[in-house]
Design a protein around this ligand. Structure first.
Ligand code: COA
Length: 395
């Protein structure tokens, strides 16, 4: 008997991890002499994750994906997509290190994708197509980034770091992707990072405008291709370079496309999506999926409801799409682990944050060991002859 054809494709599991350290905006505002309400109320940020010296996009990614592989096994994973804009190598995919750390089988294709904060959504869409072609296969999509702006620049307050791992499968337990995608690409220099820089360059106000224009265009394309009206969406998960951006974006969408924005309607649509981003900071590619995690964990009446997702990557590429939350989704969430990832971070003062920021890996090809600081399951143990050496910890 042939097995029954699956009824849908999408996100089967979602797990995230962050860093060892955290800098609060109360501490940052003390150093900068700013009113803390600019951060808490103005941009909606309360704290930012700060990596330990032995943490990076690879260690966070492996920490996020490990529990997914533990729960579902690796036998059906045939593809690993690693989305990042803060890569550690110009040639080798960071996903290959993760493949090794997690002991995944060799019969897997691994690749890294880049388009600013957008590329995890490209990964999710590519993954869905692969699984559609062969529903016995699963795809692990990992988004991992450390966001860094120049010290004392306006962007510094929006920094952060996290990785989100999504298992994409047929008959998903969490979200079934449904309907069209609204797409938009435009060549704009709102935010970029030349290969010779470790911090991003950003035209802050222009990037907000570019984001909003991309949202409107992607939404119009979504609707033109048969996407549902905004009233059919229970909530919308926005890419959150800072968490107030979600409110700003939804207000803009309603004003431009629905003739007006009732503040209560804005709050209902995005209020539950910002909980993790306001405490972790901008995690670039992972941000929209942290918004989804916060929504699923915060609302227990989502079964059968459609939620929208808006992914934006400066430069720029944007996509608006929707997914239907699956019955029983709450049995598959990782709420306790996620809350622990947020609360177990160790608060640092401004001077310690500066030291961590200024500790750069040597580039002379020598052999260097790094002290163990991370409380996570994997660490960057050192660098030898330009090779990054990763190892599991005893956590
Ligand atoms: N209390 C309450 N709100 C306050 C405040 C206070 N004491 N002080 C300022 N604010 C509000 C401002 O009115 C503003 O609100 P608005 O966005 O509704 O206009 C908000 O806080 C930010 O203040 P602003 O003076 O504009 O901040 P900034 O010049 O430091 O820059 C960004 C803000 C977002 C441009 C900056 O953080 C940045 O460059 N970020 C990186 C790029 C980015 O995130 N781009 C987004 C699209 S991808």
């Amino acid at each position: 008997m042939p097995s029954e054809r699956p009824t849908g494709f999408g996100i089967h599991d979602l797990s995230f991890a962050s860093t060892r350290f955290v800098l609060t905006h109360a501490e940052l505002s003390r150093h900068r002499g700013d009113d803390v309400s600019k951060y808490h109320a103005g941009i909606g940020q309360r704290a930012m994750s700060v990596p330990a010296v032995d943490e990076d996009i690879v260690t966070m990614a492996a920490a996020a994906a490990g529990p997914v592989v533990e729960r579902h096994g690796a036998d059906n994973i045939r593809t690993l997509v690693f989305a990042t804009e803060t890569s550690v190598d110009q040639s080798k995919s960071a996903g290959v290190y993760v493949h090794s750390l997690l002991g995944l089988p060799p019969q897997i294709r691994v690749v890294e994708l880049k388009q600013a904060c957008y590329s995890a959504t490209a990964g999710l869409q590519f993954a869905t197509a692969l699984v559609h072609r062969d529903p016995d296969q699963q795809v692990l999509v990992i988004a991992s980034d450390v966001s860094r702006y120049d010290l004392d620049s306006p962007g510094e307050a929006t920094q952060g770091a996290a990785a989100a791992a999504l298992l994409v499968s047929a008959d998903p337990a969490l979200i079934r992707l449904e309907g069209p995608s609204g797409l938009f690409t435009r060549d704009v220099m709102d935010f970029w990072r030349p290969n010779y820089r470790s911090t991003a360059l950003v035209k802050g106000k222009e990037s907000v405008t570019a984001y909003l224009q991309a949202l409107e265009a992607a939404w119009q394309d979504y609707r033109a291709r048969g996407g549902v009206p905004h009233g059919d969406l229970r909530a919308v998960c926005y890419h959150q370079p800072y968490s107030r951006m979600a409110h700003k974006a939804h207000r803009y969408l309603l004003e431009r496309c629905a003739g007006g924005a009732d503040p209560l309607a804005v709050d209902r649509a995005v209020g539950l999506t910002t909980g993790y981003n306001e405490l972790l900071g901008n995690s670039y590619t992972a941000s929209v999926y942290l918004a989804l995690a916060a929504l699923l964990e915060g609302d227990d009446e989502l079964a059968g409801r459609l939620v929208g997702l808006f992914s934006y990557g400066s430069g720029s590429v944007a996509e608006f799409f929707a997914g239907r939350v699956q019955p029983g989704y709450r049995d598959h969430l990782r709420t306790a682990a996620h809350q622990e990832a947020v609360t177990r971070r160790w608060p640092v003062d401004y001077a310690t944050y500066r030291d961590l920021r200024e500790t750069l890996l040597p580039t002379d090809g020598g052999h260097y060991s790094l002290p163990q600081q991370t409380a996570g399951p994997f660490r960057l143990a050192g660098i030898r002859g330009h090779e990054r050496i990763y190892e599991p910890t005893d956590r």
